[in-house]
Design a protein around this ligand. Sequence first.
Ligand SMILES: [Zn+2]
Length: 59
Amino acid sequence: MSSKACVCGNTRLVKLTSQNLKICTDCKREIPWNLDAGQQPVYRPHRSDRKARGGGHGV
Ligand SMILES: [Zn+2]
């Protein structure tokens, strides 16, 4: 399937599309989600995305 996997070998990664990150469900490592050439990140024209980062990054 996907070629993307965590360094720990876990391939069950949670996509954080808005931040271009993936989170390993095993070791909770944040993995940069490298976009393919020509693929644009999903940017929102408004600034409300900054609020989404407030807290909630526990464990
Ligand atoms: Zn991992």
